[in-house]
Design a protein around this ligand. Structure first.
Ligand code: GYE
Length: 316
């Protein structure tokens, strides 16, 4: 523990709630590319307000250079800690070193980085590989040995969810020779590009030759559903659809028979992150390098209409 964090810890130890109320935290958010991302931003602001934290929010518009600029600004401002959802996995070592040199703890939210783990306090993420594997295993069970030509909409190129969810899905379908990924391309986690890329898949393969879509997030799946309908096909029936996030519109699509399964990703990464930060700053409690959030599969067997009604008011 450095002198600065020791002094801060002793100050917080004396007046824990008041000291937390004086915390200033910089949050470098990727952008608002998906409904899930918007919900994460909402929840992070709510969790900070609840704790009396002064949150400095920076939206990077999906550009790494904007996130690096934001981190340097936070460091210059001498914030007490930094939260970052890193848009891609590489290119962070230098700026994370600068934060470390300034004694500013950094916590990663929902994505990881290819950097030495001493450069960040902890990462609050789901098991991204497991999510992909659950999706693959669900499709294998659903197809029950029938042949299935699969198209895949990948997340943002170079991001840890795109890398890990692709690897996990391939693990999930491994050993099932009846399942084959015939097209795989990034839709950048957005509805619009998900629709455009699905249109290209339908044109290239012929809709009748596509059995299933695996999308790395629900927003790309929702865009693809529009493309499938415009091609005169029934999403969820002619083409099975499995994705990840469990945003309200995915539950609505499943309830309407237009999608088949989604794996839930909680938008509340900030709660566990701020709890860990509070313990670290108050008494030097070092958290594990990975705080894992749970992943839950939802299918047509669940009451998706009711779940939609509950979730639609939660900041998505
Ligand atoms: O699945 C997607 C967002 O980083 C795991 O990013 C997150 C992903 C999430 O764009 O909706």
């Amino acid at each position: 523990m450095t002198l600065k964090s020791a002094l801060l810890a002793s100050a917080i130890a004396l007046t824990p709630m008041a000291a937390m109320a004086e915390l200033t935290i910089g949050f470098s958010q990727i952008g608002s590319e998906s409904g899930w991302r918007a919900a994460e931003t909402t929840v992070t602001k709510q969790e900070s307000e609840r704790r009396g934290i002064n949150l400095k929010f920076a939206d990077a518009q999906q550009k790494q250079e904007n996130q690096i600029k934001a981190l340097r600004t936070f460091i210059a401002q001498g914030v007490d800690a930094i939260l970052i959802a890193p848009v891609v996995a590489t290119g962070w070592d230098e700026v994370l070193e600068e934060a470390k040199d300034s004694d500013i703890p950094v916590i990663l939210l929902d994505r990881t980085v290819d950097a030495p783990d001493e450069l960040y306090l902890t990462a609050v993420t789901s098991d991204l590989v497991h999510e992909g594997k659950v999706a693959g295993e669900w499709l294998a069970t659903e197809m029950a040995g029938d042949d299935c030509r699969i198209v895949e909409l990948q997340g943002t190129t170079g991001s840890s969810p795109a890398i890990d969810r692709k690897n996990g899905f391939e693990q999930g379908i491994a050993g099932h020779d009846n399942l084959e990924i015939v097209r795989s391309q990034t839709g950048d986690f957005t509805r619009s590009l998900g629709k455009t890329v699905m249109e290209s898949f339908l044109k290239a393969e012929g809709g009748e030759n596509i059995c299933a879509l695996y999308a790395h997030n629900d927003d790309m799946a929702v865009g693809a559903i529009q493309a499938i309908k415009e091609a005169g096909l029934a999403p969820g029936v002619d083409i099975k659809i499995v994705a990840i996030d469990a945003v309200p519109d995915a539950h609505l699509a499943i309830a309407n028979g237009e999608m088949n399964a989604t794996i839930e990703l909680t938008p509340n990464m900030a709660g566990p992150a701020l709890d860990a930060l509070e313990a670290y700053l108050a008494n030097g409690a070092v958290p594990p390098k990975w705080i894992q959030t749970e992943s839950k599969l939802f299918t047509t067997a669940d009451d998706n209409a009711a779940i939609y009604e509950v979730k639609k008011g939660l900041g998505y």
